[in-house]
Design a protein around this ligand. Structure first.
Ligand SMILES: [Zn+2]
Length: 233
């Protein structure tokens, strides 16, 4: 069992590790606390001293993680919490019915525990992703190398990539993308469609990308800031 406690205002999780001899490893968990991997018999006062010594740096790192993951991932799925849809914050609201409904900026989900609500929200995301991605793909049907035909495609929740294009030319999009603004969905979709032409990240590939999306570098940067969305897998 790992120990959890506060040292000053810093949340710490202590993992006592039999195999660790002397060194202490320090890391930040995306859920917003410090993880210390310590030798089995480390005294608590040594841990406290270490955390205090690195206090400034740890607070800085924790704040960064909290900013990046604010209203994303690791949610309790309580009523009043915020989920993202096309870059817009939606407020979750539990209701007595058994359907998921979007009313303005409120997403109404059947009452239940967090696992059940998470399931409903993900099912809803999956449905929205289907139609949103289809519309985005259709908007690129005119690309000359497609000859009017869209490639086979699907979407699924993925942890480490926004999209991919197989050697056979099938496209996969990450369902989590439906949480980001449409312009970023367009960016990933076009990126994968360009791979049908150039199956690499060569200069030609990037030139093709820029021809059809002059601000693709800006969008790529914006997407980079959304990486924490993938933590919610
Ligand atoms: Zn690529």
């Amino acid at each position: 069992m790992n120990e959890r406690f506060l040292i000053d205002d810093i949340p710490v999780e202590l993992r006592r590790n039999k195999r660790r001899r002397t060194r202490i490893a320090m890391d930040i968990d995306p859920a917003g606390h410090v993880v210390l991997d310590v030798p089995q018999r480390t005294a608590l006062c040594d841990v406290q001293a270490l955390v205090r010594e690195h206090g400034r740096w740890l607070r800085y790192r924790l704040n960064r993680v909290r900013e990046e993951t604010a209203h994303l991932g690791r949610m309790g799925y309580e009523s009043g919490e915020v989920v993202l849809y096309l870059g817009e914050p939606l407020t979750l609201e539990h209701h007595a019915g058994d359907d998921v409904r979007l009313k303005g900026l409120v997403l109404r989900v059947p009452s239940g525990d967090s696992a059940c609500t998470r399931k409903h929200v993900r099912t809803w995301y999956r449905q929205q992703a289907g139609s949103v991605f289809e519309a985005v793909l259709a908007s690129y049907r005119h690309l000359p190398w497609l000859e009017g035909r869209l490639p086979p495609w699907r979407h699924r929740f993925m942890k480490s990539q926004w999209g991919s294009c197989s050697s056979k030319g099938a496209i996969s999009l990450n369902t989590h993308l439906v949480r980001t603004p449409r312009r970023l969905i367009e960016y990933v979709t076009l990126h994968e469609l360009c791979h049908l032409r150039h199956h690499n990240h060569s200069r030609r590939f990037h030139a093709l990308m820029s021809t059809h999306m002059p601000d693709c570098a800006v969008r790529s940067k914006e997407l980079g800031r959304c990486m924490s969305l993938l933590l919610d897998e």
